[in-house]
Write a protein of this length. Structure first.
Length: 96
């Protein structure tokens, strides 16, 4: 029973969890794979429709923009539902 094996395990766990993103509250995550991928040391979300990889370091605005405007593989009906939900959320947050 070596304690060094346990401490190595704890150290590696610390390293693994240091890059785990915050809880995913945004509905935009429904359009991305559950697991993030590491590309050149950065965590990226993978689009379920086109496989595009986007940075998530600074929030979800790039993910929303991709689904709303850039992803050419998403079906029109799905994009329209997404845009409608975004408009509802904007109205709720703007109303005082």
């Amino acid at each position: 029973m070596s304690t060094s094996g346990g401490s190595e395990s704890a150290d590696s766990m610390d390293e693994d969890t240091s890059q785990v993103p915050h809880a995913r509250r945004s509905k935009v995550w429904e359009h991305y794979e559950v697991d993030l991928v590491v590309v050149d040391g950065d965590l990226k979300a993978v689009c379920k429709y086109c496989g595009g990889q986007l940075h998530t370091k600074f929030g979800t605005s790039s993910l929303r923009t991709h689904i709303a405007e850039a992803c050419r593989s998403i079906q029109d009906a799905c994009r329209k539902r997404f845009l409608l939900n975004m408009k509802k959320n904007i109205r709720r947050s703007v109303c005082v």
